[in-house]
Design a protein around this ligand. Structure first.
Ligand code: A3P
Length: 286
């Protein structure tokens, strides 16, 4: 018996579903999917495949942490599980709920130049609305649905002021949401990722993130190749070779340059408030 015990094979590490140790909290249309897929190239990273929306949807949150855990991938001890749901960033209840799960969770916030982000958001809303556009022409006097209107008409009110109530503009006011996170988490627990730089040259950004997550540096140039047709980097490692779907990297509609200039001017003071909060100037055009 004693001999049999000694000869028994060493115990294999068993994978388990673990709550995330890192979250991509937003911002939508800033490259949240690209960031998650790029981090997943790392052998010590596991990702939740869809957006779980645990912390921002009351009906999911009510199901409890065991429900959330059941949505997580299998991981080995030492691996990091990451989940992303971009609406976490803008939902007021989320920071406190995340803290209640794990006060030392690592938070990744990816941002882009706010006017580009707003146009990207508009492009997505418009493309989603197109398939369900009314089959019949609208009756005379019937207002056009928002998604069918030009961006310029939605972002600028008839009196010429910026329409801050328009969601794609409101979400680009990053400081308005970030301050709530900073009331709950220390600044060092949030890494701000520049989404425009991630598009141009992902490796240096990923190196910063690996460091932030306490991971060995593994993601390098070998993991990316530029796809001329798509106009973006695609990803590869021993098991994957893929570009992001066509919903990522859409062509944006042309926006009147005077409107872009007006919006950029409007965002100067808001961007400054964001820089002050994060302690870093992201150099967005004025
Ligand atoms: P656009 O479609 O406006 O270009 P999210 O995943 O948060 O919705 O962000 C979508 C954005 O990710 C895209 O916005 C695109 O610019 C950006 N992105 C960053 N890296 C990318 C990549 N390698 N392939 C495709 N899109 C990428």
């Amino acid at each position: 018996m004693a001999l049999r015990k000694r000869l028994r094979a060493p115990r294999q590490p068993r994978p388990a579903r673990r709550l995330p140790q890192a979250l991509i909290i937003g911002v939508r249309k800033c490259g949240t999917r690209a960031l998650l897929e790029m981090l997943y190239l790392h052998p010590m990273v596991q990702k939740a495949s869809g957006e779980v929306h645990f912390f921002d949807r009351d009906e999911n949150y009510a199901l409890g942490l065991e429900w959330y855990r059941s949505k997580m991938p299998l991981s080995f001890k030492g691996q990091i599980t990451i989940e992303k749901s971009p609406s976490y960033f803008v939902t007021p209840e989320v920071p406190e709920r995340v803290r209640a799960m794990n006060s030392s969770v690592r938070l990744l916030l990816i941002v882009r130049e706010p006017v580009t982000r707003a146009i990207s958001d508009y492009t997505q809303l418009r493309s989603r609305a197109t398939p369900s556009a009314p089959a019949q022409p609208l009756a005379p006097g019937h207002p056009l649905p928002d998604a069918a209107k030009p961006f310029e008409h939605l972002a600028i009110s008839p009196d010429g002021s910026i329409n801050m109530a328009y969601r794609p503009i409101a979400i680009s006011l990053y400081h308005a949401y970030l301050h709530r996170w900073l009331e709950v988490f220390p600044r060092e627990q949030i890494l701000v990722v520049n989404g425009d730089l991630l598009i141009e040259d992902p490796v240096p950004q990923l190196r910063r993130i690996e460091k932030f997550l306490g991971l060995e540096h593994k993601i390098g140039r070998k993991n990316f190749y530029f796809n001329e047709t798509k106009g973006f980097y695609c990803l590869r490692n021993d098991t994957t070779d893929k570009c992001l779907r066509e919903t990522k990297g859409r062509k944006h509609p042309r926006v009147d340059p005077a409107v872009v200039t007006k919006l950029r001017k409007f965002f100067i003071q808001h961007n400054q408030r964001f820089y002050d909060l994060v302690g870093e100037d992201l150099g967005w055009p004025e």
